[in-house]
Write a protein that binds this ligand. Structure first.
Ligand code: ZN
Length: 282
């Protein structure tokens, strides 16, 4: 894998099954489990649309989830996944809803892009193909969160919403919170036109100028094209919310640059597959 940062460990078992973990979260292995999937031969698409229209793809996703859970020694039926629709809505998970199968495609998690829990044996799951997934952990209050934030979620500050909810609901102190940023599309490939650029400029100009990084993070390439560093924007707004810079662990991996190993919507188009991130308390 290209551009591998020093923040992650890549595991590969005898059957070639691969996944990535953050070194910082592995320090808390007594307390939590986590992983980010790897491999474009795997696919974690479990939406209702897939379940109804592509039952083979759905059952492949279920098999892949079972294998991933087995690899990190956790229980597949404990998975809880929001339905992800590019909102900034983050919900608390207090218990499983289904007893004998994962909580996928439930009405309770419609219009939801992030989940938080302080309960054990719940595995919070999100999926991506280029969007940013962020894993949060407060080792003091023992709270975890898993958040999907593509460019639309970033504009809506979903990551900050998560931290605010962790503070309000679980008494978390931002200075204790660890945030790990999974593989996603990066500035090298996130090219946009004026319509999207204007949304980012409008939302973040003040903060980026204050950090003296506006032209670097929203960089004009040609008359009509810009590249935007949505990962850096999340880091800046999280730090402005009180998260410590050294508690933000970015894997630094671009899904497009590494599309031989990681699903990318920009590369795969309509037949795209999804990777998954999961985190839970033991
Ligand atoms: Zn790239």
């Amino acid at each position: 894998m290209k551009d591998l940062s020093n923040n992650v460990v890549v595991h590969k078992n005898n059957n070639g099954f691969q996944y990535l973990q953050f070194k910082k979260l592995l320090e808390f292995s007594d307390t939590l489990v986590h992983a980010y999937s790897l491999g474009i031969d795997k696919n974690y698409r479990t939406s209702l649309n897939i379940k109804n229209n592509s039952p083979e793809l759905y059952s492949k996703a279920i098999d892949n989830y079972k294998e991933l859970c087995k690899n990190i020694n956790c229980t597949y039926t404990n998975l809880v996944k929001p339905n992800q629709s590019h909102t900034n809505i983050v919900k608390l998970v207090k218990s499983k809803i289904n007893n004998d199968k994962p909580d996928f495609n439930l009405d309770e998690y419609n219009l939801t892009d992030g989940l938080i829990t302080n309960k054990s044996n719940l595995l919070l799951v999100t999926t991506n193909a280029d969007c940013i997934l962020l894993l949060f952990f407060d080792p003091v209050e023992k709270v975890v969160a898993n958040v999907h934030s593509g460019w639309k979620g970033t504009i809506q500050r979903t990551s900050v919403e998560t931290v605010q909810k962790m503070k309000k609901e679980y008494n978390c102190k931002p200075e204790n919170i660890i945030c790990c940023i999974c593989p996603s599309i990066r500035k090298c490939h996130f090219e946009v036109e004026k319509d999207v650029q204007a949304l980012f400029e409008n939302e973040f100009k003040q903060e980026l100028q204050k950090a003296n990084r506006f032209n670097e993070i929203i960089e004009r390439k040609t008359e009509q094209k810009w590249v935007i560093d949505t990962v850096e924007i999340n880091k800046i707004i999280l730090q402005n919310e009180g998260i410590k810079a050294n508690n933000i662990l970015d894997c630094g991996i671009c899904s497009v640059c590494n599309c031989d190993l990681i699903h990318s919507y920009r590369v795969e188009k309509e037949s795209y597959g999804l990777e998954t991130a999961l985190i839970g308390l033991k």
